[in-house]
Design a protein around this ligand. Structure first.
Ligand SMILES: Cc1cc2nc3c(=O)[nH]c(=O)nc-3n(C[C@H](O)[C@H](O)[C@H](O)COP(=O)(O)O)c2cc1C
Length: 156
């Protein structure tokens, strides 16, 4: 029987090489198509060679999709920073995969993202759940109204 309890995963990873805007647009379009049919929602960030992604949805479908994402050759060294039941509801309802251009984010947000990217690897401290959730909530408040925004191809 399928297990549809809501679950939440968030990881950071390193791109194997800098991603062009056109590649990011393609990745997002595919992700959104797949996620929409799997009831998966979330947020994808790309900044200076690092990804951060939140995925939320039915636990069985979520892990099935994550197992594909994990082995994707475009990134490596995935570090899980959240893995929990989403009992409190989705953080990005309605977003088959939100996209935020961190180039336009406040420098403070870039620093906070960098902390996520660095901390799990150096092992000196673990990132608290509250910190991750707070960062995701702040990012959500910066998203535009449209659910299908993407990097501008003009700048690719
Ligand atoms: C950083 C990153 C994030 C990704 N996010 C998703 C995602 O949210 N949903 C998805 O279907 N594929 C995502 N992908 C692509 C998957 O790795 C994989 O190519 C895709 O799920 C293949 O599915 P398909 O062959 O069924 O279309 C992502 C890839 C990368 C590198």
């Amino acid at each position: 029987m399928s297990d549809r309890r809501p679950h939440r995963l968030c990881y950071v990873s390193d791109a194997i090489r800098p991603m062009a805007k056109s590649e990011l647009i393609g990745l997002l379009a595919r992700a959104r198509r797949n996620n929409a049919s799997d009831s998966i929602t979330g947020l994808l960030l790309y900044s200076e060679g690092h990804f951060m992604q939140l995925l939320e949805g039915p636990v069985d479908r979520l892990w099935r999709r994550f197992d594909r994402i994990r082995v994707d050759g475009r990134h490596r060294d995935l570090r899980m920073i959240l893995d929990e039941p989403a009992l409190d509801g989705r953080l990005f309802p309605g977003w088959p995969m939100g996209w935020l251009d961190l180039g336009r984010a406040a420098p403070l947000d870039r620093d906070r993202l960098q902390r996520m990217v660095d901390a799990p690897r150096d092992g000196s401290d673990t990132i608290g759940r509250a910190e991750v959730i707070a960062l995701l909530r702040d990012f959500r408040n910066q998203l535009p109204k449209r659910h299908d925004n993407a990097p501008s191809p003009a700048a690719a």
